[in-house]
Each structure stands twice: as structure tokens, then as C-alpha cells.
Ligand binder design. Sequence first.
Ligand code: ATP
Length: 359
Amino acid sequence: MFLRHLSLVNYKNFDSKTLEFDPVINCLVGDNGVGKTNVLDSIYHLCFGKSYFNPVSTQNIKHGADFFVIEGEFEKNERTEKILCSFKKGTKKVIKRNGKPYEKFSEHIGFLPLVIISPSDRDLILEGSDTRRKFMDGVISQSDKVYLQNLLKYNKVVSQRNSLLKYFVANRTFDPDTLSIYNEQMDMLGTAIHRKRVEFIDSFLPIFKEQYQNISEKDEQIDLSYESQLSDDSLLHLLKNNIEKDRALQYTSVGVHKDDLSFTIADHPIKKFGSQGQQKSFLIALKLAQFHFIKQLADTTPILLLDDIFDKLDENRVSHIVGLVKDDNFGQIFISDTHADRTENVVKNIHQSYKIFTL
Ligand SMILES: Nc1ncnc2c1ncn2[C@@H]1O[C@H](COP(=O)(O)OP(=O)(O)OP(=O)(O)O)[C@@H](O)[C@H]1O
């Protein structure tokens, strides 16, 4: 799969911009702040219906304007797919495929698989568990529609249960029967989500370890494991046992919305004990593993966005990653960098078609 054509109107710093891409390698070069990342983000937007960097849609509109439009023409399995994503202040965002609007954006997720590697990936190591859950959910959802639907339903039930717990306190009342309806729904959906996450980690872990060894070129013992309260107990049981705590907190303190991934090197948390280089390799390996995992399951090859990749890796390692396009049926890569020469050096040596865009 590849993106042939992109057109932007009022998207972040662009008034109007049209780009015709190479099917294999595309480099966006220019000074800091010219909008290289914004172009990559607009491609992400077409595939996921939202920005990777700023989920507040109004903030993706160019300052002073009141709407944005992103249009892309993809070639997928010998068909042209025209995707349009538009948003006007005060209205709902619209995503259309070949002129037909999606009723639910979730139906679009996974149709155009894409993986982005960016400096903000460091949040996966440094920030709270929600960033790691989002990563895991993002990978699974691109290839499993049922999982995504279960997740959306689960989140809705948790939020309804939380409202009920607040209502109990505000009105000095308690209704165990209504609460148990929510508990049962959470249990059914949460158990399915937990099972899928266990299966996912089982198949993802070997791919991740292989990618890490390729990048680090050293024999380091890294690990990734799934942590969930549901590993030891059923969710229904956990919810019942924690009811007094939940009533006091006025929110649901147990469930798969508390799951986490633990990242370690030599059995110690990478956040505290990994060097900068080890942390960077760990993050790149996670994202490349995501790429290979999705590729195995999708009906097409994901697009790979490499934002500011030289921030993470030296030239040799960047060459290694960009060189993956030489593999059969690899797909399309977009690279952003401030140094045109450095980028061209790397891509020239791959001996594949490429285009350089100076912004
Ligand atoms: N809604 C918006 N309206 C207008 N400009 C915006 C908006 N959102 C972001 N920008 C501008 O976009 C620019 C940042 O673009 P981007 O992050 O794509 O730069 P870059 O070329 O990737 O830079 P770097 O090399 O520093 O990563 C900034 O100048 C910022 O002010």
C-alpha cells in the first residue's frame, strides 16, 4: 500500500499544500518548525481519523481559520482509495472513503495500517500506564475489529459505572442491583480484552526481542511483560471485593483499564536502569515489532513514518531501518529530518526510488 497524493488546507501551519509522493521512500527536509512533522501527522490523521500529536481537533486547524481538510489518494491492493478528513469548528469531524462518509470512525481503523516512530515515543517509557495501554490497544485494534469494539464498549461501561458511584455519594444512596448490572457487563468485556492482550503479548514478544537484537547488536537481556489484576482473579470477583473502596473513591479502581506493560533490562525497569541508547533502541524495537506484527495480520503492508529518526539513532542504524524497504513487499516510508544531505546519503545507498521534499 502507498500514498500517492496528499493535499492539505488550513492544516496546522499550512494554508494550502499539495504533495505527490514516491511509492517507496519520501524525505521531508527543512529547518525546525517548517512543518515536516505536521505533514507526517496529516498522513496519520487520514489513517486513524485523528492527530498522533494533538487529539484536540480545533488545535489542528490553522490559527485564524475555522476548518481544515486533508485529502489523500492511496493505492491499496490495486485499487485507488480516496480518503478525506475534514473538520469545521462547532461541527463533527467527517471522514469519507471514496466519497462515502463513515458512520463510525472505528470502522476505518486498520483499513490503512500505519506505524509512526517519533521522538514522543519516549513517553512510552517515561509516562504513566495509559500511554502503554494505548500502544498495546493501538497495535491490536489495527488487526482486530472485535477487540476495538469491546474496548470502546468497556470504556463506556466504566464511565457509566463511575457516574453511578458519584450519584450514590451525591444523593446519599446505594443501589447494589444497578451496580451489579455494570459489574457483569464490565466482567464480560474486560475478560475478553484481557484474554486478547495475553494472546497478543505471547506473539508480540518474540518479534520484539528479535528486533531489539537487530538494532542493539549486543546480547542484552530485555523483556516486556503484561501486568493485569485479572491475571490472578476474575474481574467480577475483583469488582465485588473492591466495592467499598470504589464507593469511597467514586470511581472504578479495578479492571483492564488499570493494566500496564512492564519494560525491563536485565530484570530491572528500563526507565530507571536503561542508558539513553538502550531506551532509544528499546523504543525503536517496540515500533518495528509493531510494524512486523501488523504486517503479518493485515491484508497490506503498513506505511512507516519516521519522524526525526536521527534524534534516536546514528546514521548506520537509520540506514539499517530504511534498508528494510529492500525487503520484498516492504511498503512506503516517510522520513523527516533537518539535514537534507544526511538524509539523502542514507536513502541514496538503498538503491530504491525516492523523492526529497524541501519544506
Ligand atoms: N494550529 C496551528 N496553526 C498554525 N501553526 C501551527 C499550528 N499548530 C502547529 N503550528 C506550527 O507548526 C510548526 C511546527 O511544525 P512541525 O512540528 O511540523 O515542525 P518540524 O518541521 O517537524 O520541526 P522540527 O524539525 O523542529 O521537528 C510550528 O511553527 C507551529 O507553530
